[in-house]
Design a protein around this ligand. Sequence first.
Ligand SMILES: [Cu+2]
Length: 153
Amino acid sequence: MIRIILAATAALIPVAAFAHDGLAIRDAYARSANPQTGAVFLVVENHRKVECRLTGVSSSAAEMVELHTHAEADGVMKMQKIEGGIAIPAGGEHALARGGDHVMLMGLTSPLAQGDSVALTLDFGDCGTQQVEAAVDNDRAAEAEATAAHKGH
Ligand SMILES: [Cu+2]
């Protein structure tokens, strides 16, 4: 039993160290328009030589956490759950930004008040996990982020 635990721990260490060097999260912030739901926006930088895929996000701030995007349906932009994750190209970056991809928080444990922060764990599959603290900024304007999102595509 002890041998099994030691082997598992040893296997995890190099993976975690490598992932920490290779991926970086910047400009993370959260917003919420009502007490039940919120969204988190951020930029993922991938300094690795392989593509990394954001496959899921977890947080204790909400009952359900999903990756969403906006897609046009019948001439109207609607939010949609992302299936299969978000690819971050090798040596590139991807912005989760207003009007585009975002982390959706559904069933907030408590309303997101200005100045609070939301702790998230981003799961990049083989590229490991990243912890991020997103500051709540309900007043942040959307325009600059939307432009940045389009540049990223
Ligand atoms: Cu959404």
